[in-house]
Every structure is written in C-alpha cells, then in structure tokens.
Design a protein around this ligand. Structure first.
Ligand SMILES: [Zn+2]
Ligand SMILES: [Zn+2]
Length: 707
C-alpha cells in the first residue's frame, strides 16, 4: 500500500487546540479554528473562510468546538507584528456586538485601521514586512515641544466647583455638566484634564463633528502642550486618510498617547487605560452611528468609563432628556454653569410672528432692519437656515409639475453649480441631473424655484447688502477637505460680515463679534411625527442662538438696547419650545417634556428597538415585518412576556422609497431594557440572515434616535 491511497489530512486534521475567530462576514460567528500553539485573545490571524482567505481576531483562546472536528480548519498564520489587541478593547467590542445585536466580527474588524485587517497588506509583492514594520521604520518628523503655556483663564465659582468635583472623583463616576452657551464648559474640561494628566492619567475627548476637532486640538495644544508633547495626542475621525488613521491608532495601542481626541468612532480608540472621558455636546445626534453597527458613542463611553473605573463628563447646554433624567434620578451628578464665563450676557431672543407679515424673499422687514443696524455697528450677522441648496423644489407655474427624484419618494432639490448652472440633486440617494429648461409635463418654459435654501438666501442677501462680505457654510460649500476650516477662519478673522449657514455653524464655534442671529424656517421641525422633534429643535435653536454675543465686544452692555439679538421667524410663537427659548429656560422645558414622556410611556421611561426592512416592493417589506411581528408575539406569549413588550404595526417610513428600495419599520417597546433584550436575542435569529432571502434585507436598531 502506498501513501497515495491514504486519506491526506490537511486542513481538517483534528488538533489539540481550538480557538474562536471573529471575521467580518454577515454571519453570526465567531468561527472555530484549530491551531498547534496557544493563541491569545486579541491576536490577529489569517484564516480561510469558505473560499476566501481573510484576517480575523481571536476572541476565545481555549474553545470547545461547536461543530464537528473534521470540518474545522487550521489557522494559517498568526500575525505577530502587534501584541494582541488590548483586553479592554476586545471587551468593548464584545459588549457593543451583544447590546446592539450585531455579529462580533462586524463590530471588531471595521473598527481596525484598514492596513491591519486587509490581507493584501500582508501578502503580495509590495507588502514587505507588513504595515506595522513599515510604520515603525518611517523617519519620524521631529516635532517641536510646546514650551509656552497659555495662561488658564480665571475660572468663576461654578466652573471651579465643577472642576473640583470631577478631579476629586476617584474610580467610576458620571457627571452631567449643564452649562448655558458661553459658560465656559471647555475651560472646565481642560482644567480637569490638566489635573488628570498631571497625575499620569489618560484622557479621551469626544466631540460631535469633525469640524470641531481642529479647534479643540488647538485649545489642547495651547493649554496642555507643555505637559503633553504633540506625539502624545492622537486624533481619530472618519476624515483621516488610511495612513493617518493607522498612525494615530498604533501610537494609541502602543501606549504612547495620553490624549485621544475624536468623533464618535474614537470611542473605540484602543487606549490601554483611560482615566477621564469627556463627551462634549452629549445630546448631539451625531454620536449615533446611523448605519452598520448603530451604536451611540455617548452610551458606549459611559460603559467604557464604568469598565475602566474612569470618570466621565457629559457636557451640554441642552442635555438629552435621557441624560437629564439620569441626573435627576441621581445616577449622574449634575454640575451647573448658570452664567456666561465672560461679562457677556445672554442674547435677547425675540420671536417674529410671520402670520401677519409680508415677507421679503422670506425675510421679515424687522429682520432686514436688524441686519442693517448690526452691520453698521461693525458686528457680524449669522442667518441660520437649515436647508441647503437653492430651493427645496422646482415647479411649473402652468401645470403644477414639481421636481422629484426618479429613485426616491422625495422632491429633488434645486442647486446652483459653480458655473451657475441649475441642477437637481436628490438629498437622499445623491443622484443629480441638469434642471430641465422646460416643463417635462406640459412643455411650458416658466419653471420656478419654490421656497428657498441657503444658496438662494445668499444670493438675495448679496443683492440687499452689496457692500457686505458674505460667506455660506453648509455641506455643499465645505465639501473639499479643509474648506470648512478656511471658511470658519475667515469668519474669526473678521473677513465676513454676514454668515449664512445650516446647523454646521451652530455647534461649538465661538464667534467673537456676532451681534445678531436670524433664524428662518424653524417651524419645519415643529410638527414632525418623531416624538423627539421638540427636544431636537430646542437644542438646535439654543445652540445657534448661543453663538450670539459670547464676548463683551458684541454686547456693549452699557449701551441700552445694544445687547446681542436673536430673531426667530415663526408662524407659531405661542409654541412652548419658542417660549422656553425666549426665556433661556432649558430646565423648565426639559421638565415639561419629561412629564409628557412619562405620561405617554416614551423614552427615557421606555426602551425601544426598531426593525427596518427593505425590499424592491413595499408589500414585501411590510409583509416580512408583519410575519416577524407574529413570530415575536408567539414567543412573548410562550414566555409570558406579552404584557411587558409591545410590538406596533409595521408601517412604511416617511420617505418610503430611497434609491429604488422601499422601506418599512416595526417599533418594539418595553418598560424594561431586560425584557426587550430578552426578546431580541431569542427572536432575531429566527428572522434569517440580515441580507435576507432574495432582495429583502433587514436590520435592527437598539435605542433608535429617529422614529
Ligand atoms: Zn408644466
Ligand atoms: Zn433619490
């Protein structure tokens, strides 16, 4: 007998050790693999999955195989260019996957820099010794240490008390820092961070927007640059190149970084240890990831602080009702900054009742007058309109045709391109086409823009105030990398008289010489179906009004009537949200909203999840959800939980069709988190793979922000 006839045992040879590996594939996982040598949790490995070879992460080192031994393949190679990923990082990924109901591999792998998870970086002609070796071998640019330290501003009593409370906290502790706009929350963060760094601690700063990172990084450098050298700071956000992200990530994981600053994804920064976490503008919806792993970076930051026995500070002028409620219940310690840090007083907020007014291109005469007066005093004006483009829709004056997207159930928005050509853009699927010269329906050539967006407003203000220097800040004018910063720099340098902007301008930016804020079209959000709309509108308007008069020069308080002003145009001035804004009364507004939520059994007094289905035809999506609902209801009945968890009817989304896909959703609600999660864990595996059968796809969102 020759060897030829012997079965050749290669991949499937049973071996003594087994591990579980998380892989970025849309299946539950993790997957069993065999190995000769022990492999630690957190080690990156190359394995074959199906017909593909890929990089994965070992998540259980001494596993009992769950499938037959003969089908288990061996690990091909353990990547030893890095020590295993930190335990705390693996634990965070595990928790996120479990809580947000997502396969572990789909959480872990995308959280790694591309170079550490792509096979091609380890194999092939150009891979050399791999990305980490290349990174170690680069020539380090010498970075000048900062020797001059900015003198910290003198803190007022409330600021000092807040800093003391945070600094004195040892071990886990959560603080909600509620400070009115301009109250100097950033100074509290910086002073607390300085104290934590001085005793050898490490700090994670989260900010809601990429645009805020340069400003924050600058503040860190000026205040803490003498304690933390440039290489001790890592910045992480989605706008980095692959190389920049790898560099920041590797410096962090190797322990050389004392401060990590970034947007929501920075909550996954692989810091071996954390002592203080700051979440600035904690209420901001940008902390919620809206695709893939639909996580809340704020909520994960709290979990991370708990695990690391760190102190966490959530800061906001308009805290989320969830956080406000936790503070009121005593789970978070409430710290208040009730006054502005400088001598500046809060701006005067006036409501312009537009019901009986003839508007001039959307502007009330009293607003136009106020702009004129503000400009004549040499101060800046901000006009806030949260709608980009030239006009929200184009229409035919003869037959009533309106521009709509071919692929989505929405209007297409009229835009003016750089070459002044009119184009129609869909803000949902991104498709674009030239605006027709004549009505596609009746052939009439009198097509008109209807309503106005920031571009049209800019055009009109330019005609009205030809001497004024205008700038527009929205997603269109800031598309190129760095262009937002350039525009903001111009505003700060006083090279702009009138700034027109969407909510991009409302967050965190400190405009020194802003004397007037005008708010247009805020009513659009008043009557939304979403129960969080009033909360969000209040936060947005409070932020934008808070840009005004932050410094004495924009106030000139000794001059009567010269206080910075905010004018809000509305057809519903009696609405509580506007009345609360006028009185700068967050606490009263929040208390009333919380009472409503309690009476109607909505979050934070209930816990929700949202199952969304997508299909080419709506009935298919709704049908899937209805049968999923039946399945859930039977499970609840069998487990005696029908009273505890409610499943609502499946309904089409407000914008039902996007990119030719129809969408429907099913809301699941429970008074306790535990019951909700118990259902999700039992029920979701019954629904089949998320990619579904055929063209149907589904996804689950835990703690959804938009309904
Ligand atoms: Zn027509
Ligand atoms: Zn579209």
């Amino acid at each position: 007998m020759t060897n030829d006839v012997m079965p050749v045992l290669t991949d499937s040879a049973p071996q003594s050790r087994y591990v579980q590996v998380a892989l970025d594939v849309p299946l539950e996982g993790p997957f069993d693999y065999a190995c000769d040598e022990p492999v630690a949790v957190g080690a990156r490995v190359i394995v074959t999955f199906g017909r593909r070879r890929m990089v994965g992460v070992v998540v259980t080192s001494d596993a009992k195989p769950s499938v037959g031994l003969t089908t288990i393949r061996s690990i091909e190679r353990v990547l030893s260019d890095l020590p295993p990923l930190p335990e705390s990082w693996v634990a965070l990924s595990r928790f996120s996957a479990h809580y947000y109901q997502r396969p572990l591999g789909e959480v872990m792998l995308p959280a790694l820099p591309v170079a550490l998870r792509r096979l091609s970086h380890y194999e092939g002609k150009r891979s050399g010794d791999g990305p980490v070796a290349k990174w170690r071998g680069r020539k380090q640019k010498p970075q000048k240490p900062v020797t001059t330290q900015e003198k910290p501003p003198e803190l007022n009593r409330a600021q000092l008390e807040a800093v003391q409370a945070v600094v004195n906290q040892r071990g886990f502790g959560a603080f909600l820092l509620h400070g009115i706009t301009g109250s100097g929350k950033t100074q509290v963060y910086l002073s607390a961070a300085a104290a934590v760094l001085a005793r050898g601690g490490r700090v994670l700063f989260l900010v809601p927007e990429i645009n805020l990172t340069p400003q924050f990084a600058g503040a860190l450098r000026r205040r803490l640059g003498h304690v933390v050298p440039p290489q001790g700071v890592a910045i992480l956000h989605s706008g980095l190149s692959d190389g920049e992200r790898l560099d920041a990530w590797l410096r962090t994981v190797e322990g050389g970084v004392q401060i990590v600053l970034g947007t929501r994804l920075a909550v996954f920064a692989p810091m071996p240890r954390i002592d203080l976490i700051v979440v600035d503008e904690e209420h901001d919806p940008s902390y919620k990831q809206q695709e893939g792993l639909r996580y809340s970076a704020r909520d994960l930051a709290i979990w991370r602080a708990q695990q690391s026995k760190a102190t966490i500070v959530l800061g906001s002028a308009t805290p989320s009702l969830e956080s406000w409620h936790k503070a009121k219940q005593g789970h978070y310690q409430l710290l208040s900054l009730p006054e502005r840090a400088t001598q500046a007083s809060l701006p005067e907020v006036r409501l312009i009742d537009t019901r009986r007014l003839a508007l001039n291109n959307g502007l009330a005469p009293v607003l136009i007058e106020a702009i004129e007066q503000t400009l004549s005093k040499g101060q800046q004006v901000l006009i806030y309109l949260n709608r980009r483009g030239y006009a929200p829709v184009m229409h035919c004056t003869s037959c009533g045709w309106v521009s709509s997207c071919e692929h989505c159930s929405v209007f297409s928005v009229l835009h003016r391109s750089n070459g002044n050509r009119l184009r129609l853009h869909c803000h949902h699927c991104g498709s674009q086409r030239p605006a027709p010269a004549a009505c596609p329906s009746c052939g009439d050539q009198d097509l008109q823009p209807m309503g106005r967006g920031t571009q049209r407003l800019e055009e009109y203000l330019g005609e009205l105030f030809p001497e004024a220097r205008l700038a527009r800040i929205d997603a269109d004018s800031t598309r190129r990398k760095g262009s937002a910063q350039t525009l903001f720099d111009k505003v700060h340098a006083g090279e702009v008289d009138i700034l027109i902007g969407t909510q991009m301008v409302s967050k965190g930016h400190d405009f020194e010489n802003l004397g007037l804020v005008g708010v247009l079209n805020a009513d659009a959000m008043l009557f939304s179906q979403d129960f969080r709309a009033p909360e969000r509108l209040f936060a947005q308007l409070m932020q934008v009004t808070g840009r005004a008069g932050r410094h004495e020069q924009a106030n000139a308080t000794d001059e009567p009537g010269a206080r910075a002003q905010v004018l809000i145009q509305t057809g519903y001035p009696e609405q509580p949200v506007y009345q609360a804004l006028r009185a700068h009364n967050f606490s009263g507004f929040a208390t009333a909203l919380l009472k409503d939520r309690e009476d109607t059994g909505l979050p934070p007094f209930a816990f929700q999840a949202l199952l969304t289905a997508e299909a080419s035809e709506l009935p298919e999506a709704v049908g899937f959800l209805q049968s999923a609902r039946n399945e859930a209801n039977s499970w609840l009945a069998a487990n005696d939980l029908s009273q505890q968890v409610t499943l609502y009817d499946a309904v089409p989304l407000r914008v039902v069709r996007v990119a030719s896909v129809c969408r429907a959703q099913l809301l699941i609600e429970s008074a306790t988190r535990g019951d909700l999660h118990q259902l999700l864990r039992a029920w979701l595996p019954l629904l089949g793979t998320r990619h579904g059968t055929g063209r149907l796809r589904w996804q689950i969102e835990v703690d959804p922000l938009e309904i």
